[in-house]
Design a protein around this ligand. Structure first.
Ligand SMILES: [Zn+2]
Length: 148
């Protein structure tokens, strides 16, 4: 991390973290893969558990109210499109070349779909929340102004 840009450095220098600042210097991809808070980038965005997709209520590091975030069905829809465009042509290609029995298709493509879903749903949800934080800032600002 570049010197002097972490949230603690900013607070020590007497500057408060602006409501919509990005004190960390992570790209959207890095932030999405690390599943961290969209403002400080230091705290995990999700509660513990492999299958628990619930977002923490408040960031324990910077205090950002994460309960106002709402990704709705966006991450699932993105994942459906990604899996559909990846797996369906691949399954058709494998069937055309090797003609495996149907149970092989069910095991291979079903397992791949479940594995990709479990592995990528949190990063995709983290990406959607980071994009909301960066580009639909009016909701975050309004909530912070109403609360103060
Ligand atoms: Zn934070």
């Amino acid at each position: 991390m570049p010197e002097g840009n972490s949230p603690n450095d900013l607070e020590e220098k007497g500057r408060a973290i602006a409501p919509l600042s990005y004190p960390h210097h992570r790209s959207l991809w890095q932030q999405s893969l690390s599943c961290t808070c969209p403002r400080c980038g230091d705290s995990s965005l999700f509660n513990n558990g492999l299958f628990d997709l619930s977002v923490k209520g408040t960031c324990p590091v910077c205090g950002l109210d994460l309960s106002k975030s709402d990704s709705a069905d966006g991450p699932a829809v993105f994942l459906i499109f990604i899996l559909g465009f990846l797996l369906v042509p691949l399954a058709l290609w494998v069937d055309a070349i090797w003609e495996p029995p149907l149970w092989v298709h069910a095991v291979v493509w079903g397992g791949l779909a479940i594995g990709i879903t479990v592995g990528s749903l949190k990063p995709i949800k983290s990406c959607v929340l980071a994009l909301q934080y960066r580009h639909r800032a009016s909701e975050w600002i309004k909530d912070q102004q109403d609360g103060s």
